[in-house]
Design a protein around this ligand. Structure first.
Ligand code: M6R
Length: 594
């Protein structure tokens, strides 16, 4: 979604804003712009990349300004629709993320009052409303403007007759970066990490006043205190560090990410899991709610937790749950969200809270919206994930779900201890797989020439097939479908030809023999089959054309190694096709609109 930045302090604002916008590039965008605060507000914007915009800028020494990366919702990507947007006087500029639901009515009224609009965006009503209400006090004008607006917004406003910035938030993320004689505003933490690791998360309904000397937060006109969080991420973690793309760097970080995620919960002396969160005796069932990759993690978690704990587990896609009549009794609602900001997930969390469910958030981002709304939080500690395609956060989510299963398991203690011991060996197994990435790169080159690929798996590895297909489609633009292996014959067989390769995940569990039967059926339709198969599995060679080998692990942990193999496969396929791997077209890292 749109990225917002703002700076006021002792440095020239322009290079700071450009740098902060570059840190937000991973969110995806189609246009960008900045506005610098001086005697007038100077705006530079276009439907171009940030590097191209930077070349158009002339040196400025102004000490305050705002910037934006746009992800079009209202109006096509163009210079006119890019942010910042100005009022009629040219003294006010605004950058915004979200959707103003009543913008058409506001626009009509403001037009009747003499305001001239220059874009197709919903955002443009904000500077005009501020202009209407401004009588020397920007904070007061913003406060009156939001009184007229409905919808979701995080915006920053500047006025050439006002020192600093005024910001407001409702249902879209916005943070304040608290520095030393300089302060920042951003939609996401990595934007400010070069300047400070101290951030304030604004709540819905908050207004912030940001100057070089400090930040102040207001609610209903009264000044309030908001906690300053220290972010445990270094700027190095948010940089490529010599890798060609963030995606491959993040894949390589996974052994460490698994370790960091289980570290605090499994004692080195006695491998039992203690999460510090108890499963309440009054809970009848668990409902996982998530989107995209996090949803696929939940589908794996459903099977793991059900089998280890005997607690019934359901899973719903957040955007569907929000319009469904799902029965919530004594249900423990657990949302899984890397960013902690996904709008569909936040809405689902609110709905669950409204009906009195106990809620838990599994997330990666300290202080994110989900953590502030849920009753309890478990952090996956994956570090900043910059590539739009989720990789290390998926593996960390799976690790956390295994920990939950182990912590709440009802079975024999010896088998739990042996599972916990094996969990601690997973980083080495994943490392062994990564060490052989060249072999997988060769298969990526092979897949790159096709336009349609099926991914199949069974049981625990069916969600992994879905995730493999999602990874491939989002970064290589190859049409990919994930299916339970037994379902192809119920329709998709019609599409199988020698030009539709099938990637089959062959876990050595109770589904193996049936999967081999499914592979035979696929081969009869002449589709090439590439298996993801365990080392030492000789049997598979009778059935498939090629095999990517993964280290041997117990079947319950097979989703981890198989998912990493599919991430590498997708990465090298997309690389061969010359795709924009970290920032795929039309996608955003943090999806903050419903
Ligand atoms: O931040 P979240 O985990 O809530 O994000 C959910 C999805 O938008 C996300 O997993 C998306 O599907 C990934 N970019 C896919 O790689």
């Amino acid at each position: 979604m749109c990225g917002i930045v703002g700076y006021v302090g002792h440095r020239a604002a322009q290079p700071v804003l450009v740098n902060c916008l570059k840190r937000l590039e991973y969110r995806g965008y189609d246009s960008c712009g900045i506005a610098l605060l001086g005697k007038d507000v100077e705006i530079y914007k276009d439907a171009i990349r940030i590097e191209a915009l930077e070349k158009k800028l002339r040196p400025h020494i102004n000490k305050a300004g705002i910037g934006h990366t746009r992800w079009a919702t209202h109006g096509k990507p163009s210079q006119g629709n890019a942010h910042p947007h100005a009022d009629c006087t040219g003294k006010i500029a605004v950058v915004h993320n979200g959707v103003i639901d009543n913008y058409l009515a506001l626009r009509e009224k403001l037009t009747q009052e003499g305001h001239k609009f220059r874009s197709d965006t919903d955002t443009e009503v904000i500077p005009h409303l501020i202009e209407k209400y401004f009588q020397g006090d920007l904070q007061e004008a913003v406060s009156k403007a939001i009184g007229d607006m409905s919808g979701s917004y995080a915006f920053v406003a500047i006025h050439s007759d006002w020192d600093g910035m005024v910001v407001a938030r409702n249902e879209s993320p916005l943070i304040l970066g608290v520095g030393d004689k300089e302060n920042l505003v951003a939609s996401d933490v990595p934007a400010v990490l070069d300047y400070t690791d101290r951030v304030i998360y604004l709540e819905d309904g908050d207004i912030g006043v940001v100057t070089g000397d400090g930040v102040r937060c207001f609610r209903n006109g009264k000044q309030i205190d908001r906690e300053v969080h220290r972010i445990p991420w270094s700027i190095e973690e948010a940089q490529k560090g010599g890798y060609a793309h963030f995606m491959i760097k993040e894949i390589h970080e996974q052994p460490r990410v698994i370790r960091n995620t289980y570290k605090g919960y499994i004692s080195a002396l006695e491998p039992v899991v203690n999460l510090g969160i108890r499963k309440d005796a009054g809970i009848n069932d668990i409902l996982f709610i998530a989107c995209g990759t996090s949803y696929y993690a939940a589908l794996v978690g459903q099977q793991v937790i059900q089998s280890l704990t005997q607690i019934p587990v359901r899973v719903e896609i957040a955007s569907e749950f929000n319009y469904s009549d799902t029965v919530l009794g004594r249900t423990w609602v657990i949302v899984i969200t890397q960013s902690g900001e996904t709008a569909d997930v936040m809405r689902a969390l609110k709905k669950a809270k409204e009906v009195g469910c106990r809620t838990l958030a599994i997330t990666n981002v300290v202080g994110s919206s989900a953590t502030r709304l849920a009753d309890e939080t478990l952090y996956i500690t994956a570090g900043p994930e910059i590539c739009v395609a989720a990789t290390k956060s998926f593996i960390a989510q799976l690790t956390m779900l295994y920990l939950m299963g182990l912590a709440w398991a009802s079975g024999d203690i010896r088998s739990r201890v042996s599972m916990a011991t094996e969990l601690r060996q997973l980083p080495d197994k994943v490392q062994q797989l990564i060490d052989r990435e060249e072999e997988i790169a060769a298969f990526g080159k092979y897949l790159a020439k096709y336009e349609n690929v099926f991914f199949v798996g069974r049981g625990l590895n069916y969600p992994v097939a879905l995730e493999g297909a999602l990874k491939l489609k989002e970064i290589s633009y190859i049409h990919a479908e994930g299916y339970p292996a037994g379902e192809l014959k119920h329709g998709p067989f019609a599409l199988l030809t020698p030009k539709t390769p099938v990637v089959a995940i062959a876990a050595r569990d109770n589904t193996y023999d049936t999967l081999m039967a499914n592979i035979k059926e696929i081969k009869a339709r002449e589709s090439p089959v590439l298996a993801i198969a365990e080392e030492g599995d000789i049997e598979i060679e009778k059935y498939v054309d090629f095999a990517v080998r993964v280290p041997k692990v117990s079947p319950i942990f097979s989703p981890i190694v198989n998912a990493v193999a599919l991430q590498l496969l997708a990465y090298y396929t997309a690389k061969e096709r010359g795709c924009s791997i970290d920032t795929p077209r039309n996608l955003a890292k943090s999806v903050t609109v419903e």
